[in-house]
Design a protein around this ligand. Structure first.
Ligand SMILES: [Zn+2]
Length: 147
Protein backbone atom coordinates (compact mmCIF):
# COMPACT_ATOMS: atom_id res chain seq x y z
CA UNK A 1 0.00 0.00 0.00
CA UNK A 2 1.32 3.42 -0.91
CA UNK A 3 2.33 5.69 1.95
CA UNK A 4 -0.22 8.47 2.47
CA UNK A 5 1.35 11.91 2.37
CA UNK A 6 1.02 13.68 5.73
CA UNK A 7 0.87 17.09 4.06
CA UNK A 8 -2.01 16.09 1.76
CA UNK A 9 -4.28 14.85 4.60
CA UNK A 10 -6.09 17.64 6.46
CA UNK A 11 -6.11 15.76 9.78
CA UNK A 12 -2.99 13.63 9.52
CA UNK A 13 -1.99 12.71 13.08
CA UNK A 14 1.75 12.58 12.35
CA UNK A 15 1.69 16.13 11.02
CA UNK A 16 -0.53 17.44 13.82
CA UNK A 17 1.94 16.08 16.38
CA UNK A 18 4.78 17.91 14.64
CA UNK A 19 3.22 21.22 13.67
CA UNK A 20 0.20 23.50 13.90
CA UNK A 21 -1.26 25.37 10.94
CA UNK A 22 -0.79 29.14 11.05
CA UNK A 23 -2.06 30.50 7.72
CA UNK A 24 -2.26 30.02 3.99
CA UNK A 25 0.08 32.16 1.91
CA UNK A 26 -0.12 32.40 -1.90
CA UNK A 27 1.02 28.89 -2.82
CA UNK A 28 1.95 27.39 0.54
CA UNK A 29 0.77 26.99 4.11
CA UNK A 30 2.82 28.21 7.06
CA UNK A 31 2.96 25.87 10.07
CA UNK A 32 4.37 26.43 13.56
CA UNK A 33 6.81 23.64 14.40
CA UNK A 34 5.85 22.36 17.84
CA UNK A 35 9.41 21.53 18.93
CA UNK A 36 10.81 25.00 19.69
CA UNK A 37 14.51 24.60 20.50
CA UNK A 38 14.93 27.17 17.73
CA UNK A 39 12.38 29.82 18.79
CA UNK A 40 10.05 30.70 15.93
CA UNK A 41 10.79 27.56 13.90
CA UNK A 42 8.18 27.04 11.18
CA UNK A 43 7.57 24.86 8.13
CA UNK A 44 6.25 26.19 4.85
CA UNK A 45 4.42 23.52 2.86
CA UNK A 46 3.63 23.88 -0.83
CA UNK A 47 -0.12 23.54 -1.46
CA UNK A 48 0.15 20.98 -4.26
CA UNK A 49 1.85 17.61 -3.91
CA UNK A 50 5.00 18.58 -5.80
CA UNK A 51 8.03 16.43 -5.06
CA UNK A 52 10.95 18.53 -6.22
CA UNK A 53 11.82 22.19 -6.64
CA UNK A 54 12.70 21.35 -10.23
CA UNK A 55 9.08 20.27 -10.84
CA UNK A 56 7.94 23.90 -10.45
CA UNK A 57 7.64 26.25 -13.40
CA UNK A 58 9.73 29.44 -13.14
CA UNK A 59 6.57 31.37 -12.18
CA UNK A 60 5.59 28.84 -9.49
CA UNK A 61 9.15 28.87 -8.20
CA UNK A 62 9.16 32.68 -7.94
CA UNK A 63 5.80 32.71 -6.13
CA UNK A 64 6.90 30.00 -3.70
CA UNK A 65 10.07 31.91 -2.86
CA UNK A 66 8.04 35.08 -2.38
CA UNK A 67 6.11 33.09 0.27
CA UNK A 68 9.43 32.01 1.82
CA UNK A 69 10.73 35.59 1.94
CA UNK A 70 7.45 36.90 3.38
CA UNK A 71 7.39 34.26 6.13
CA UNK A 72 11.08 34.88 6.89
CA UNK A 73 10.43 38.62 7.19
CA UNK A 74 7.60 37.98 9.64
CA UNK A 75 9.80 35.69 11.77
CA UNK A 76 12.65 38.22 11.64
CA UNK A 77 10.45 41.06 12.89
CA UNK A 78 8.93 38.97 15.68
CA UNK A 79 11.87 36.89 16.89
CA UNK A 80 14.95 38.89 15.80
CA UNK A 81 17.08 35.84 14.98
CA UNK A 82 20.73 36.35 14.06
CA UNK A 83 20.17 34.17 11.00
CA UNK A 84 17.64 31.76 9.53
CA UNK A 85 18.41 28.29 8.15
CA UNK A 86 16.28 27.28 5.16
CA UNK A 87 16.13 23.51 4.73
CA UNK A 88 14.65 21.57 1.84
CA UNK A 89 15.19 17.93 2.72
CA UNK A 90 12.21 15.75 1.83
CA UNK A 91 13.83 12.47 2.83
CA UNK A 92 10.92 11.30 4.95
CA UNK A 93 8.07 13.14 3.24
CA UNK A 94 8.58 13.90 -0.45
CA UNK A 95 6.08 16.78 -0.62
CA UNK A 96 7.81 20.10 -1.23
CA UNK A 97 8.31 21.98 2.05
CA UNK A 98 10.93 24.24 3.61
CA UNK A 99 11.95 24.30 7.26
CA UNK A 100 12.49 27.89 8.43
CA UNK A 101 14.82 27.63 11.41
CA UNK A 102 15.75 30.83 13.25
CA UNK A 103 19.20 30.69 14.88
CA UNK A 104 20.44 32.87 17.71
CA UNK A 105 23.94 33.69 18.94
CA UNK A 106 24.42 31.54 22.01
CA UNK A 107 21.29 29.53 21.17
CA UNK A 108 20.77 25.94 20.01
CA UNK A 109 23.36 24.94 17.38
CA UNK A 110 24.63 28.47 16.81
CA UNK A 111 27.67 28.01 14.55
CA UNK A 112 26.77 24.34 14.17
CA UNK A 113 24.49 22.26 12.03
CA UNK A 114 20.73 22.21 12.42
CA UNK A 115 19.19 19.11 14.01
CA UNK A 116 15.73 17.94 12.99
CA UNK A 117 14.83 17.03 16.57
CA UNK A 118 17.41 18.37 19.05
CA UNK A 119 17.65 16.99 22.59
CA UNK A 120 16.33 17.89 25.04
CA UNK A 121 13.15 18.66 23.10
CA UNK A 122 11.43 21.87 24.01
CA UNK A 123 7.67 22.27 23.68
CA UNK A 124 5.56 25.28 24.58
CA UNK A 125 2.37 24.92 26.57
CA UNK A 126 -0.73 24.84 24.35
CA UNK A 127 -1.59 28.32 25.61
CA UNK A 128 1.86 29.74 24.82
CA UNK A 129 1.89 28.09 21.39
CA UNK A 130 -1.51 29.61 20.58
CA UNK A 131 -0.13 33.02 21.63
CA UNK A 132 2.88 32.65 19.33
CA UNK A 133 0.64 31.62 16.43
CA UNK A 134 -1.61 34.64 17.01
CA UNK A 135 1.46 36.92 16.99
CA UNK A 136 2.58 35.43 13.68
CA UNK A 137 -0.91 35.76 12.14
CA UNK A 138 -1.08 39.40 13.24
CA UNK A 139 2.34 40.15 11.75
CA UNK A 140 1.37 38.39 8.50
CA UNK A 141 -1.59 40.77 8.28
CA UNK A 142 0.57 43.82 9.05
CA UNK A 143 3.18 43.07 6.44
CA UNK A 144 2.56 42.48 2.78
CA UNK A 145 4.63 40.67 0.17
CA UNK A 146 6.47 43.90 -0.49
CA UNK A 147 7.21 44.04 3.28
ZN1 LIG B 1 1.50 15.52 -0.37
Amino acid sequence: MAEVCMYCQADDERRLKLMTRIADLKVSTLHFYREQSYPGRCVLVYHKHIQKLTDLTPEEHATFFADVAYAARVLTELYHPDKINYLVLGDLCPHLHIHLVPKYQGGTDWGGIFQMMPEPQKYLTDEKEAEEIQKIRKKLEELSYGF
